[in-house]
Write a protein that binds this ligand. Structure first.
Ligand code: KG4
Ligand code: ZN
Length: 408
């Protein structure tokens, strides 16, 4: 078993575009994988010299979800201004920038294509090196920018609008995938259910993302147990996630309540805050179960030395303080350190891409002089897939009691 892991890890990584990068650097990062046009300039010490972010959130909120051609148009309209504002803020000349790092995978193809085109254009016209970036790799590494005590290997939970992953980060470009969502991502489930509950019809929630709206609504609930939920995948002894079942349970509760209370088209069900509290609690319990099993698997195979035992949580849904509180309970109990980047670096941004560029520059991984053939990829798994090994380990866990998280 351990042999399989070692064999998988030690596969050689061949980089055709090798380029020497044996010095400090200043990197410009571009992010356009979904609905945020982001740019930042970061140096080798992790100083953010300039940053700019244009969020399309309000446009997509009005449309009831992201419509890819609209997202693409907005990226196209904003990219130049976002990059120029970043450079102006950094107050440096473009000649001081060593390379341009750009998200090329995974993400919405129409959105990714704008960033890639602009990143390549900058490199061609200014004679710079290009560093293609994996969006999830940068979510995983962001925490190292502010905290250089986070050394490889460490465990990462990535929860966002498009992704849900549990990985061991072994190096900048080396990951072991322990679990992933078999259907929706947490942020996606929060967004869809917030819409179905019509939370944005209340002024206080009108401009929030689905996840923010559910978290706020849940905090106003008085009884998280009013609506019954079952936690998904209890019988599956792996680290995969499933949010579709929880979503269906929420949906059924709403339909029942709408009938029971004769709720009008634009109105909300009377106990919507309790429903949000139960929904958020069930998602949180599910995430904690999968993390607990992942930690057990890591222990079983000695994948992280005791002095480095750290769980990093990142991605947009990691902004959720309730989820963070529950993960803290799990980590305290098991003796792990929990690390979360500042919330504005958990959601999509240019800083994490520029920092990923710095991490790759330091190790000369994928720093390219010839980048014509680089293309976007809609889907791109992160790391070596260990899900079969995790499943085969068949680890039973005695679930850590989370306590009453709404009260403490
Ligand atoms: O990482 P991100 O900016 O974009 C993706 O790569 O998906 O994540 C956006 C997601 C949205 O689905 C949003 O609802 C969710 O992050 N989110 C939250 C919170 N804030 C943002 N989910 C739960 N609780 C929050 N406080
Ligand atoms: Zn993201």
């Amino acid at each position: 078993m351990l042999k399989t892991i070692i064999r998988k890890i030690s596969r050689p990584l061949i980089n055709k575009h090798f380029y020497s990068t044996n010095r400090n650097a200043i990197i410009l990062g571009i992010e356009t994988s979904c609905d945020d046009t982001g740019c930042a300039i970061v140096d080798s010490e992790g100083h953010i010299l300039g940053e700019c972010l244009n969020s399309q959130h309000l446009v997509h909120l009005r449309n009831g979800g992201i419509i890819p051609p609209i997202a693409q148009n907005l990226h196209r309209q904003n990219i130049e201004n976002v990059v120029n504002t970043t450079i102006k803020q950094a107050n440096i000349d473009f000649s001081q920038i060593d390379a341009v790092a750009t998200t090329v995978k995974p993400g919405l193809p129409l959105s990714l294509s704008i960033g890639l085109k602009y990143g390549k254009h900058l490199c061609r016209t200014k004679g710079k090196l290009f560093i293609p970036i994996h969006h999830m790799e940068s979510h995983a590494l962001t925490c190292r920018m502010h905290d250089n005590s986070i050394e490889f290997p460490f465990l990462v939970l990535l929860i966002s609008g498009g992704h849900c992953l549990l990985v061991v980060a072994q190096d900048v470009d080396k990951f072991l995938l322990l679990g992933e969502s078999i259907d929706d991502a947490p942020g996606e489930a929060f967004d869809k259910m917030a819409r179905r509950m019509k939370l944005m019809n209340l002024p206080e929630f009108a401009t929030l993302s689905g996840g923010q709206a559910i978290e706020l609504a849940a905090s106003k609930g008085t009884d998280a147990e009013q609506f019954k939920f079952s936690v998904p995948l209890l019988q599956y002894k792996n680290c995969n996630f499933s949010l579709a079942g929880i979503k269906n349970q929420v949906w059924r509760h709403i339909v029942q309540q709408e009938k029971l209370h004769n709720v009008e088209a634009d109105a909300l069900i009377p106990d919507v805050f309790n429903l949000c509290a139960g929904f958020q609690l069930t998602v949180t319990r599910h995430l904690c179960h999968r993390v607990q099993r992942a930690i057990e698997f890591v222990k079983l195979h000695n994948l992280i030395p005791e002095e480095k035992q750290t769980l990093v949580v990142s991605g947009g849904a990691a902004c959720n303080n309730f989820i963070n509180k529950a993960l803290q309970v799990v980590c305290n109990e098991i003796g792990y350190r929990l690390v979360r980047p500042p919330p504005k670096l958990c959601t999509d941004n240019g800083v994490m891409i520029a920092w990923n560029g710095i991490e790759r520059w330091r190790k000369n991984l994928g720093v390219m002089k010839d980048f014509d053939s680089v293309d976007i990829e809609k889907r791109s798994p992160l790391g070596i897939n260990m899900i079969k090994e995790v499943t085969d380990a068949h680890i039973s866990c005695k679930w850590i009691k989370l306590g009453n998280l709404y009260e403490t």
